[in-house]
Design a binder for this molecule. Structure first.
Ligand SMILES: N[C@@H](CCC(=O)N[C@@H](CS)C(=O)NCC(=O)O)C(=O)O
Length: 214
């Protein structure tokens, strides 16, 4: 069986829990406590030299890292349901929207980035949260424009694809950081349509075995 090393509140881990559930893949879940710094242990660094979660360890011990790369592996390995359509233009558009979250938004509100802002630039918690909100709102503004014009239930498709797998964890984080989500009604519609699905609900942070650990 595969093993997912993750943390309940990590949005990148949340993406992979959703992706594994949609594919119907059984996996072991091993929590790595980010607040206690377990991601920097020698054992975890041997799985991921970056010292990040998530890591998906395959049955033969191969460790896969970077959530989008792992989602791509899952889509290439498990045929149905497909996360990504075949049409090259549609694929590119979905990947572009997913990367607005995964490349341009989420990294700016990673715990280590917020801690760095506080310790190196003598900012308090409220300033760090305001920074996080600014970059989330920036990414969400662009995505809201795209989502408002959609012609499908989800952003470009009738079933959740890479984009939605990234969106739901990012909305979870936005709420944690106090973003006013009423400014993004189309994104909220997509988020709600995803979260009623069991694959998404079972992947939610509060439903993990390490939930509430600090
Ligand atoms: N681009 C990476 C991001 C991974 C990442 O940022 N993980 C965070 C949790 S969401 C982490 O492990 N942070 C630990 C730290 O900052 O020390 C991915 O998509 O997998």
């Amino acid at each position: 069986m595969m093993t997912l090393y993750g943390y309940w509140r990590s949005s990148a881990s949340y993406r992979l829990r959703i992706a594994l559930n949609i594919k119907g893949v059984d996996y072991n879940y091993v929590p790595v406590n980010l607040v206690k710094g377990e991601q920097r242990s020698a054992a975890h660094l041997s799985r991921n030299a970056q010292g990040y979660v998530p890591v998906l360890e395959l049955e033969d011990g191969t460790c896969l890292t970077q959530s989008l790369a792992v989602m791509d592996y899952l889509d290439a390995t498990f045929d149905t349901p497909k996360f990504m359509p075949r049409d090259p233009i549609l694929r590119s558009k979905i990947l572009s929207a997913a990367l607005i979250i995964a490349a341009d938004t989420a990294p700016l509100q990673n715990a280590s980035v917020l801690n760095h802002i506080k310790s190196e630039y003598t900012q308090d918690q409220e300033a760090a949260l305001a920074w996080a909100r600014k970059w989330i709102e920036n990414g969400f503004s662009a995505l809201e424009t795209i989502a408002a014009e959609r012609e499908t239930a989800f952003l470009y498709t009738d079933d959740p694809a890479f984009f939605e797998i990234c969106l739901v964890p990012q909305v979870y984080n936005a709420r944690r950081f106090g973003v006013d989500m009423s400014a993004f009604p189309a994104l909220l519609e997509i988020d709600s349509a995803c979260r009623i699905r069991p694959e998404f609900a079972n992947a939610a942070p509060e439903n993990q075995i390490d939930a509430q650990q600090n």
